[in-house]
Design a protein around this ligand. Sequence first.
Ligand code: MF3
Ligand code: CO
Length: 269
Amino acid sequence: MFGSTAIHIRTLDEIEQLRKSSLLVGETLSEVAKNIKPGVTTKYLDTIAEEFIKDNNAEPVFKGYNGYPASLCISINEVVVHGIPGNREIKEGDIISIDCGTFLNGWVGDSAYTFAVVGVSEEAKKLMKVTKESLYLGIEKCVIGNRIGDLSHKIQSYCEDYGYGVVRELCGHGVGRKMHEEPEVPNFGKAGTGIKFKEGMVIAIEPMITMHKKEVVFERDGWTCRTKDMSWAAHYEHDVAITKNDPYILSSFEKIEETIKQNNNLVIV
Ligand code: MF3
Ligand code: CO
């Protein structure tokens, strides 16, 4: 799918290197979160991220990827993922999915979080909560001997039980030296199918969940992915290593969530 054939197995030392990049993504999203308030443009938030990443001796991995023009993907409300930063302004009640990738010392970190702006509806908060829960339920499946389909099925069934839509067009992926490596990590599928998890695999898990129908359309810019029925969507992403023991979450929402609690314009979900 992503052009390479083998699934990479990383040593513990390599996983710690990768983790540094993943943690930098969380720090970047936390910096961005400090600046979210009604009236700011998504383009402004993108400049904050790019500067912060470069100040930390890393590169924004999205910029230039297949011609993508920015350091972040900022996807508001009905936009599911891959929203290009521009002149759209943040409004009260919006939900904003921000996806960020860094290249640090040869390793890619890739993580995303959905933010709620003050005034957000209860139903949008519920969508965010369930989407984030589905990510952690998927992560729990990342143990040796389980299969990708176990994770995919868990995310799908959990979200569909709430009547939500699971986007089919885009998936999670292996992550490491490149942003997109084998294997593909769908958010839908059958338990007991797909490749088996082995110690040393590292994957990015990223449920993209809509409030109603699962169908999406891509805007003419070639990137922006929004729901066909204009219902709102949420997106969270973590990088996770399979180890001898528990799943090892390399990215972190800790700093992001500290910032949300301190920013009066944001609501913690
Ligand atoms: N996290 C997204 C993904 O894994 C981000 C890619 S955006 C791109 O596909 F612009 F860089 F493609
Ligand atoms: Co990703």
